[in-house]
Design a protein around this ligand. Structure first.
Ligand code: PLP
Length: 391
């Protein structure tokens, strides 16, 4: 039989999609499954966003757009990012992509090759490691610890940089932990990187608008000294509840935007035109729906953390952002994967083993609270029942 090149064997996957498929199969067989596995908002985009896409279709926007994206959309993204950066940004350095993952793909492909080291968060979004391994580069995990609220430590990240390090990947607010990097740590990292000019940064800020308890998003974009090294990843998927639209944006160093656009031309040509018009309406229109969604997530976050902490053998630190809780399940006497399987197959609750996010995720489970409160309560009840039976 035909075999792809060996490098493809090193490409990993995202087990959230496998858990989702199994949950759907169980449901199709008549079982009730509460899905606390998938990481997508259970909200619809605001009506003015959907209307903008429909209008674009009626107005005849069926052709290719410029490869880097509609000029007006790139300008709107630059304006949006300027509030985060506190300085002027260049719309010509914005690339519109079909989802945040594509920025990740391009950035890691740009730096990864055998002999190079890439530092990435563990536990973290599984695609980082998958892509690093695909390129033949050496993945260097940056452990995120529960004792530190899963926040990133600049000191530890800097200590992992060696002569071969070419890229550091950061993610705040974080998947799968909900951890948030404090502004002081971002500042420390920026200072430390000044002495290490060979290192580029990929800052995954896809959850930047989902922060709780008055936390403010600290972006690496605020550091002008890093301007020529920072690749910023964000998009519409989480903020505007548009995961299925496949729409994201990135901001590139001046020297890298041209190769990034060329990678786009070699892969997707341009992003779906109607989706880009929707994205423009999302950025420039009213933001009430975003705030409303964040408030709903906050209420669920409190309920889930409280519910998890009441379970036998489980303890959960408070996540500061995104829509995930990452409870410690070491006290249940099972591994993360065993618990994930038992919960899905026996209790009808889809969750994701912490080990799906790296070896430092052993002893943890990812619970997505992007689900309605009554479902979250029933899910917690089902988990509680299974854990009590196991005792
Ligand atoms: N980055 C992180 C940390 C994520 O959790 C996700 C989605 O789950 C993405 C990027 C990808 O987002 P998109 O759906 O826009 O490709």
């Amino acid at each position: 039989s035909l075999q792809p090149v060996p490098a493809l064997g090193r490409l990993g996957t995202e087990s959230a999609f496998e858990v989702l498929a199994r949950a759907k199969a169980l449901e199709a067989a008549g079982r009730s499954v509460i899905n606390l596995g998938i990481g997508q908002p259970d909200f619809a985009p605001a009506p003015h966003i959907v209307e903008a896409a429909i209008r674009a279709l009626h107005d005849g926007h069926h052709g290719y757009t410029p490869a880097a994206g509609l000029p007006q959309l790139r300008e709107a993204v630059a304006a949006e990012l300027e509030t985060r950066a506190g300085r002027r940004l260049d719309p010509d350095r914005v690339l519109i992509v079909p989802g945040g993952k594509v920025t990740m793909f391009f950035a890691i492909l740009m730096f990864g090759q055998p002999g190079v080291e890439i530092v990435y968060p563990d536990p973290g979004f599984p695609i980082y490691r998958s892509l690093i391994e695909y390129t033949g580069a050496t993945p260097v995990p940056l452990p995120l610890r529960e004792s530190n609220g899963f926040a990133f430590s600049a000191e530890e990240a800097l200590s992992l940089i060696g002569p071969q390090t070419r890229l550091i990947i950061l993610n705040s607010p974080a998947n799968p932990t909900g951890g948030v990097t404090p502004a002081e740590e971002v500042a420390r990292l920026a200072t430390g990187l000044a002495e290490r000019p060979q290192v580029a940064l990929l800052s995954d800020e896809i959850y930047s608008r989902l922060l709780y308890d008055g936390r403010k998003h600290a972006s690496l974009l605020a550091y002008e000294a890093l301007d020529e090294r920072l690749i910023l990843l964000d998009g519409w998927s989480k903020t505007y509840a548009m995961t299925g639209w496949r729409l994201g944006y990135s901001y590139w160093p001046k020297s890298l935007i041209e190769p990034a656009v060329r990678m786009g031309i070699n892969s997707f040509s341009c992003v779906n035109a109607a989706a880009q018009f929707a994205g423009l309406a999302a950025l420039t229109g009213p933001q009430d729906a975003v705030e409303e969604m964040a408030r709903a997530f906050d209420a669920r976050r409190r309920a889930v953390v409280e519910g998890l902490n009441a379970l036998p053998g489980v303890s959960c630190v408070e996540p500061g952002g995104a829509f995930y809780a990452f409870p410690n399940i070491a006290g249940t006497g099972t591994t993360a994967k065993q618990l994930e399987t038992a919960l899905l197959e026996r209790a009808g609750v889809a969750t994701i083993a912490g080990t799906s996010f790296g070896s430092h995720g052993e002893g943890y489970l990812r619970i997505s609270y992007a689900n309605a409160l009554p479902n979250l309560h029933s899910g917690l009840e089902r988990i509680g029942r299974l854990l009590s039976e196991a005792k």
